[in-house]
Unconditional design. Structure first.
Length: 202
């Protein structure tokens, strides 16, 4: 049983923390500030303001059951308005604050940047994206159907697989994964064959 003296000592330590305790608090504050600053560069403002209580509980459970440690991709698909992107960012945020190296990119924006990049710049972009522990590819399937874009995305999928990195994919459907287009099918097949599929409906 705690004595009165010990209780008073604990209370005083709370009011007047030791130097070591203060240093540790400052380190934690700086770490949280750094994580917040990094998250602001990863997540668009629209999804930074997500209220978890307003997101469908069953959908949350389906997405949060996925564990990146299992080395499987997560593919979230469904029609517009089913909170795919919002849920993907919620899961990514949790991983980010748990210490995982995360990044996110809209596939259309990525495709456009790859299309205008020269060879070395394109290779550099792909190499950088291939090394994040968890990468969110949002709106897969809306990217331009060009040889340069599809070959670049296939290379990214291959490099992430080789590096044992996991990817979260959101898409309205997997239509292109079902096509026989030689330039597109391998990319979707590569992402899908190592993925847990979560499908939402309205």
């Amino acid at each position: 049983m705690i004595t009165v003296k010990e209780a008073i000592t604990q209370a005083m330590n709370t009011l007047n923390p030791t130097k070591e305790h203060t240093i540790e608090q400052e380190r934690n504050r700086r770490r949280i500030d750094a994580l917040n600053e990094k998250w602001d560069t990863i997540c668009p403002p629209l999804y930074q303001e997500t209220d978890v209580d307003l997101v469908d509980t069953k959908k949350q459970e389906a997405v949060f059951m996925w564990n990146p440690s299992d080395k499987k991709n997560l593919w979230i698909k469904g029609p517009s308005g089913t909170q795919k992107t919002r849920l993907a960012y919620l899961r990514l945020r949790q991983l980010h604050y748990s210490g995982w190296g995360c990044f996110a990119v809209n596939v259309v924006e990525l495709a456009n940047s790859l299309a205008i990049a020269d060879g070395s710049e394109r290779d550099e972009k792909i190499e950088k994206l291939s090394k994040y522990a968890v990468l969110l590819l949002d709106d897969m399937g809306k990217e331009p159907n060009t040889q340069q874009v599809t070959s670049s995305l296939y290379l990214l999928a291959e490099k992430r697989l080789a590096n044992k990195r996991v990817t979260i994919i959101t898409s309205n459907s997997q239509t292109r994964a079902k096509t026989n287009e030689d330039t597109e099918y391998p990319t979707y097949r590569r992402l899908k064959e190592n993925a847990i599929i979560v499908e939402f409906s309205k």
